[in-house]
Design a protein around this ligand. Structure first.
Ligand code: FAD
Length: 546
């Protein structure tokens, strides 16, 4: 069925942030939720470990704040973290009221502990399928609203900007049919960009489209050099980098190198529960090859755990491992880091306002500064709930009339099979280069090699797009190039090591010069600008009024 040419609100993405926002928007107007595949295909759906939330009063909330700030390595924007931990309990309570079923024992919610959390505060569902349950329950809440329309298998390929305001989106459906939808405002909730890297825990939809489109349209990006590499993705040749949740270490798993040593004592006092960036680099240094396809020398070891039934606690992980002949109780499980979560993104204030009028962002695609240089495990599902709801409230408060949407999207010429193959080759080359040159350990020469690869991909994809050719994959290639370019530029500019960003040539944290956020796309200023964010000026900066 054809889409209407106008909606009050367009939400790009059907993960936790987009669905939560849509639920709020739906009581006040028509909402179009666009998603590249089915509603369930998102990072949210694959989230395993759980959602961090402090539900036991002020002292509990204060501890959650402390842990979030400590993990962020000096760069967490305090007011954003305060909002996250303080509003989190109410958003989670609403989710439970709305039908989300978290694991319980004797009627009480079960809580687990993960790396860098000072106490057990992670709620989980169906053992290790928390994201799927959150996605299911939010989608059911959204579908109960008659005013939400879902456009599945549809790609947002562009933002429509008129007189400096975002007034709509260009879409491409699975048959390559183009259309344009006008709206009062648009929310980018399109998730992360793990597909920038050849080794990632993210599904194939995570190509950073929202970030790339916002940047292309003129919005600022922030903190793009901070890509979190999850320490423990399954490392088997030819098998996707399936995530082995932090909760395994929360339940007591050890990390061992190929000599059988528990090596984390050489890296951090918290051992296996050290912050993610520390654990990931420790694994890299213990002999893991940084190139795809190399042999594996680091293992998760749960063989000593006897108190709990790991199969029951981690049914999804157990089933996946069984397909490959591995068992949590019996075997050493080979692991390696993989790109997992982007701390940076489209710069927003605490109400999800970007620097471009009419455009809002929430969830992994956005950067409020809440994670600083390194996200605390299980804080991102909470982020999607809290900031998705906040962005929706801003969109409602900043109500603007709909513009007349006459102009149609220009239909692209379909790519030939040879063009499609070319696009795949460009993407694969970019992904390998980003992994090799802009991954866990970086320096100026490798980052410059990354820039060369990015330019090669951008020029090939740009040439096809310049011929007015179009497809979802070409649109993704363009997005991957833009996001890679932003990561590389920001990583080159930050000549220090902090959180997830580690420079071999600048191995120390340099607070005097770099206790600041990196900004790309500041009008009138070329390249990366570094700035401190403080409560007063930060809230007045992203100027989304129109
Ligand atoms: C394997 C895995 C495990 C994780 N485990 C946890 C965990 O236990 N706890 C935790 O807090 N976090 C976890 N995370 C991180 C967390 O899941 C994500 O950060 C969070 O779900 C992001 O939510 P989101 O709504 O911002 O985006 P997503 O859930 O990624 O949703 C993005 C949506 O945007 C759509 N989209 C993208 N591009 C376009 C386009 N061009 N046009 C239309 N639609 C588009 C996608 O189709 C999708 O619907 C995990 C992530 C992964 C990958």
């Amino acid at each position: 069925m054809a889409l209407a040419a106008q909606f009050d609100y367009v939400v790009m993405g059907a993960g936790v942030a987009g669905l939560r926002a849509a639920v709020t928007l739906a009581s006040h107007g028509d909402v179009l939720v666009v998603t590249k595949e089915s509603v369930r295909e998102s990072n949210t759906h694959y989230a395993q470990g759980g959602i961090a939330v402090a539900m036991e009063g002020e002292a509990d909330v204060a501890l959650h704040l402390d842990d979030t700030i400590a993990a962020g390595d000096g760069l967490v924007y305090g007011p954003a973290a305060q909002v996250l931990v303080a509003e989190g309990p109410s958003r989670v309570a609403e989710l439970i009221e709305g039908g989300a079923r978290f694991d319980r024992e004797g009627g009480h919610l079960l809580r687990t502990r993960e790396a860098a959390h000072s106490r057990p505060r992670i709620l989980h569902a169906n053992g290790d399928a928390t994201g799927a349950e959150i996605s299911r329950s939010l989608a059911a809440m959204a579908r109960a609203h008659g005013s939400i329309r879902f456009a599945e298998w549809t790609t947002v390929t562009g933002l429509v900007v008129e007189d400096g305001c975002v007034v709509g989106v260009d879409l491409l459906d699975r048959d390559n049919l183009a259309s344009r939808v006008h709206a009062r405002s648009v929310l980018i909730a399109a998730g992360g960009a793990g597909q920038v890297y050849s080794d990632t825990t993210n599904p194939t939809v995570a190509t950073g489209d929202g970030i790339a489109l916002a940047f292309h349209a003129g919005a600022e990006l922030a903190d793009m050099e901070f890509y979190q590499f999850h320490p423990t993705a399954l490392s088997l040749p030819g098998v996707p980098r399936f995530l082995l949740s932090e909760a395994l270490r929360g339940e007591g798993a050890y990390l061992r190198n190929d000599r059988g040593e528990r090596f984390m004592e050489r890296y951090h006092a918290s051992l296996e529960l050290a912050p993610r960036d520390v654990v990931a680099r420790a694994i890299a240094r213990e002999g893991m090859g940084l190139s795809p396809g190399e042999t594996h020398a680091v293992y998760l070891d749960l063989r000593h755990i006897t108190g709990i039934d790991l199969h029951q606690r981690f049914p999804g992980i157990t089933a996946f491992l069984a397909q490959h002949g591995l068992d949590l109780h019996r075997d050493l499980i080979p692991v390696r880091p993989a790109a997992h979560y982007l701390m940076g993104g489209v710069r927003t204030d605490l109400g999800g306002r970007t620097t471009l009028p009419g455009l809002y962002a929430a969830g992994e695609a956005a950067c409020t500064g809440v994670h600083g240089a390194n996200r605390l495990a299980s804080n991102s599902l909470l982020e999607g709930l809290v900031f998705g709801a906040r962005a929706a409230r801003s969109m409602l408060e900043e109500w603007v009339p709909l513009r007349n949407g006459d102009a149609a999207a220009v239909p692209p010429v379909a790519l030939s099979p040879a063009d499609e193959e070319e696009v795949e080759t460009l993407i694969a080359h970019l992904q390998r280069s980003m992994w090799n040159f802009a991954g866990l350990l970086r320096d100026e020469p490798t980052l410059c090699q990354g820039v060369a690869a990015q330019k090669h991909c951008a020029s090939g994809a740009g040439e096809l797009a310049g011929q007015r050719k179009g497809s979802r994959r070409l649109s993704e290639a363009l997005a991957l190039c833009r996001v890679s370019g932003a990561i590389l530029e920001s990583a080159l500019a930050r000549t220090e090591s902090r959180g997830a960003h580690f420079r071999n040539d600048y191995p120390h944290r340099d607070d005097a010069s770099f206790k600041k956020h990196s900004i790309l796309g500041r009008q009138g200023e070329a390249g990366v600008v570094f700035e401190e964010w403080s409560a007063g000026d930060r809230e007045s900066q992203p100027a989304n009024g129109r």
